[in-house]
Design a protein around this ligand. Structure first.
Ligand code: SF4
Length: 251
């Protein structure tokens, strides 16, 4: 990974995030200064990075904050919060869009049918254990009727994910599906155009970018169960494994 930070790209991503999430809002005529817009979140990320030595207790503190969070409407409709779980020192983090019904019931990410497929990908295809990686979502509470999370919900919840990523410090992030990919890369490009190639995720303006591989969400694979789609996900995971220096199991 190139240690040099492309500040222009970071700046553009922050501006695009503002554009992307405020597409339906009336905008001020004043130019947006990203440093001002992002200040509270920046501070949280900075604090999280400084607490990397105590990742387990910081992650459990974060989970308690999520449990008490009512920053968006999803807090009032959820059964259980689903902060995320896995290896606190994981080199690989999977990020989905939000919990579904099974996850909402159990308070754990990816435990329904999609979760079973994700687990198969991690264990059978990649030769890892679920406990080797960290699994979480963009929003920590279930959107009703499994709808996509709304922009205001994503904005409210994103600081939790950024803190998790700052604490864990993964080498690679796999963004599962379009909403997760669009959020983390601040882009509207279709997942079909982005998957298959590493992208860069910027936690803030000073940290080096984290490699991000967009791929199909397991629920999409289940709905469109074809050899072609499965092969594409396998190709994506092979690239991830190569990036992590892991041996690719023979298929
Ligand atoms: S989705 Fe996130 S921001 Fe909304 S209530 Fe749950 S934890 Fe809080």
């Amino acid at each position: 990974m190139n240690g040099k930070i492309d500040l222009r790209k970071v700046f553009d991503q922050h501006i695009k995030l503002e554009d992307y999430f405020t597409g339906f809002a009336v905008k001020s005529s004043k130019p947006v200064v990203p440093a001002q817009v992002e200040e509270p979140e920046k501070e949280e990320v900075e604090v999280a990075k400084s607490k990397k030595t105590d990742v387990v207790s910081e992650l459990s503190k974060l989970a308690k904050e999520v449990a008490g969070c009512q920053k968006c409407v999803l807090g009032s409709t959820r059964l259980n919060p689903v902060p995320g779980e896995g290896n606190p020192n994981a080199q690989l983090v999977f990020v989905g869009e939000g919990p579904g019904a099974d996850e909402d019931e159990q308070g754990r990410p990816f435990v329904g049918r999609s979760g079973q497929l994700l687990e198969k990908i991690i264990t059978n295809a990649m030769g890892l254990k679920r406990s080797d990686v960290y699994i979480c979502n963009i929003v920590k509470c279930r959107p009703p009727e499994n709808r996509e999370p709304r922009p205001e919900e994503i904005i409210s919840c994103l600081p939790f994910l950024k803190r998790q990523l700052a604490l864990i410090g993964p080498k690679v992030i796999v963004a599962l599906g379009a909403p997760s990919t669009r959020t983390l890369l601040n882009t509207n490009k279709p997942i079909g155009q982005l998957r298959g190639q590493f992208q860069e995720f910027y936690l803030d303006e000073v940290s080096p970018p984290i490699k991000l591989m967009p791929t199909f969400h397991p629920s999409y694979i289940l709905r469109n169960y074809s050899d072609d789609n499965r092969r594409k996900v396998w190709e994506d995971m092979k690239s991830v494994m190569a990036e992590l220096g892991l041996k690719v199991p023979k298929k």
